[in-house]
Design a protein around this ligand. Structure first.
Ligand code: NAP
Length: 305
């Protein structure tokens, strides 16, 4: 399958594009941040008029994984109009163009569409209640995609791994602090289900192969607090676990409201894929192995200087 990946310079997009896929070819879309990549690249500003239809006519993909977004929560609060355009309008336009050309689409959404007030695990049947601009615009993006292209799949994700900047993911936050002997705050009152980005890439491609449609919780199989996640990074890398400082998210000074409970059920995903979804410990091992193999440095060699 020829798969077009938007947001090829992003945390998810770049890891997805760099994986070796035996029976698929990858075409990444960036805005000029990358060079010399081992995969084919085209450039597009997705908010430009007619960008989606022009991209599809130029690339003629069989499938699209749409990862591009304004994914920084604080930036979304500061600029709600830019967030609405990129997170809600662009996905709708892309979905419309995909539907017209019978192209499979996976739209990447977020676990953060839930406000975290449920006492228990969220399933796809639960009604989202987005707590801020980022999550509200992402939820509108889901609705726009499904209205324009009912056969599309929506993947509500949460993931970690190495990024082009070296600072994008929570795992990199802990690594950067702990590896230089600095303390790192870990929230004890935010529970989530992170999936290693390499595992997420595999799952997304399996979803395309299986032709899944509709909303899927596409997260890891285990829930833990952000504090515990930081401790596990410390243990894996052999750093001092006492550097991970237990804190409440309510004392963080962050402007965008964070949900306390982002425990999402992966039952529908694993049943429909016929696949066991990985737990966080195997993902943290892979994150560590990639560091040993100089994967972060290799990744950064593709950054346009
Ligand atoms: N990271 C997480 O744990 C997490 C959690 C839940 C959901 N998500 C969702 O997962 C997806 C991927 O997130 P990520 O962390 O990989 O994001 P990211 O690292 O911030 O990357 C965003 C990507 O979108 C591209 N982009 C932004 N504006 C664009 C525009 N106007 N035209 C074309 N491309 C544009 C960026 O290009 P430039 O590099 O040129 O800016 C970049 O490649 C997003 O949909 C996000 O909402 C992420």
């Amino acid at each position: 399958m020829k798969i077009l990946v938007t947001g090829a310079s992003g945390l998810l997009g770049l890891n997805l594009c760099l994986k070796k896929w035996d029976s698929h070819s990858i075409l990444g879309v960036d805005r000029g941040k990358l060079r010399g990549t081992p995969f084919e690249l085209i450039q597009a500003e997705l908010t430009a008029p007619e960008a989606a239809s022009r991209l599809i006519e130029l690339a003629r993909p069989e499938a699209i994984i749409h990862t591009a977004a304004l994914a920084n929560l604080e930036a979304c609060e500061a600029n709600p109009e830019a967030a609405r355009l990129l997170n809600a309008e662009v996905p709708g336009m892309l979905a419309e163009a995909c539907a017209k050309h019978s192209i499979r689409l996976i739209h990447i959404s977020t676990d953060a569409v839930f406000d975290g007030t449920k006492d228990g695990i969220y399933t796809e049947e639960d009604l989202p209640s987005p707590p801020g601009v980022y999550s509200a615009t992402k939820l509108q993006g889901e609705k726009n995609v499904l209205a324009a292209h009912p056969a599309a799949a929506i993947a509500r994700v949460n993931f970690f791994g190495w990024s082009l900047s070296g600072t994008r993911s929570l795992s990199e936050f802990f690594f950067n602090k702990l590896s230089t002997g600095q303390p790192a705050n870990g929230f004890t009152d935010v529970y989530f289900c992170p999936l290693f980005v390499g595992d997420l890439a595999d799952v997304l491609v399996r979803m395309l192969e299986k032709g899944l449609s509709g909303v899927y919780h596409t997260v890891g199989a285990e829930a833990l607090s952000k504090y515990e996640f930081g401790r596990r990074i410390a243990i894996q890398f052999g750093y001092d676990t006492r550097l991970v400082i237990p804190k409440s998210v309510e004392e963080s000074g962050l402007i965008a409201k964070r949900s306390h409970n982002l425990r999402l059920s992966i039952h529908k995903l694993s049943t429909d894929l016929g696949l066991a979804i990985p737990v966080v410990s195997t993902g943290i091992e892979q994150f560590y192995t990639q560091a040993q193999q100089s994967y972060p440095q290799k990744m950064r060699s593709y950054a346009q200087s």
